[in-house]
Write a protein that binds this ligand. Structure first.
Ligand code: PAF
Length: 283
């Protein structure tokens, strides 16, 4: 496995695989089984697999956790080597955003709801860095987790709008035994908070059960999730949502016949903010 730290090094490695398909798994490091599942999927669909590790400052708000975001590069590289990755791109901030950097890639509509409403500059940072990674690595396919449902919608929109010549592949959320979605941020949780955090999955399961029984009212689905979360004293709801999976706008009345719904939420455990979602299709 080769490691590139500069854009020139990454381009040289990429040129070495010319004529071969390459799958890219963009990450911010501190890898877990969810990332490795993306790598495994990429390996089945491409001749080569690259992973980027970059804690992207542009996608963190001023009061967010950039400074304490967990990092363990040596462990990450060992995991990626064991997973059979061909090359890892590990740039630093100066490589990605030199002093005269002045471009923002902005998706304007699908960024307005949910995470985008609470984290106003977050998706500008995501699309800017992902566009750069696509231009540097030139993958045939890029792999993202369903856990970041809005990120997937935003990146897909960018790829369509800017004609990036690649496919976005979305992989299922990988969960702990109690249903908690794997996330690098789970590391922040105390033992008590970690146990309480299973409430997100419980809330999604409760609303899913209603959906399966035929419930289509947005309010009823949101109320079901809220009541499970409200019963957990350590959880503080940021939002719960039942939204159109394409536009991400809230379902005001009822999900239209034949349409699916994206159930999602963000929940604080003290300062740690966790997100999760279920994408439910019509039965
Ligand atoms: O999902 C993430 O880890 C990040 O948002 C990404 C896609 C690597 C961009 O920094």
């Amino acid at each position: 496995m080769q490691v590139a730290n500069t854009i020139e090094e990454a381009r040289v490695l990429r040129r070495g695989y010319s004529g071969e398909s390459l799958g890219l798994v963009p990450t911010m490091g501190y890898l877990h089984e969810g990332h490795i599942a993306l790598v495994r999927r990429a390996k089945t669909e491409n001749d080569r697999v690259a992973v980027s590790i970059f804690v992207n400052p542009k996608q963190f708000g001023p009061t967010e956790d950039l400074g304490r975001y967990p990092r363990d590069l040596q462990r990450d590289l060992q995991l990626l080597e064991a997973a059979g990755v061909d090359f890892v791109f590990v740039p630093d901030g100066e490589v990605m955003y030199p002093g005269d950097f002045q471009t923002i890639v902005q998706v304007t509509e699908v960024t307005k709801q949910l995470e985008g409403a609470r984290r106003p500059t977050h998706f500008d940072g995501v699309t800017t860095v992902v566009a750069k990674l696509f231009n540097i690595i030139e993958p045939a396919r890029a792999y993202f987790g369903q856990k970041d449902a809005q990120q997937v919608a935003v990146v897909r929109q960018m790829v369509r709008d800017l004609n990036f010549n690649l496919d976005i592949v979305v992989c299922p959320t990988v969960r702990e035994a109690d249903g908690l979605a794997m996330s690098s941020r789970n590391k922040y949780l105390s033992t008590e908070q970690r146990a309480a955090a299973a409430a997100l999955y419980g809330a999604l399961r409760r609303a899913e059960a209603l959906w399966s029984a035929g419930e289509r009212r947005g309010d009823a689905l949101r109320d079901a999730m809220e009541s499970v979360l409200a019963a957990e004293p350590l959880a503080r709801i940021d939002y719960v949502s039942a939204a159109d999976p394409e536009t991400l706008r809230e379902v005001e009345h009822e999900v239209r016949p034949g349409q699916g719904v994206l159930l999602s939420m963000a929940v604080f455990f003290d300062k740690t903010r966790l997100i999760d979602n279920f994408l439910l299709m019509p039965v």
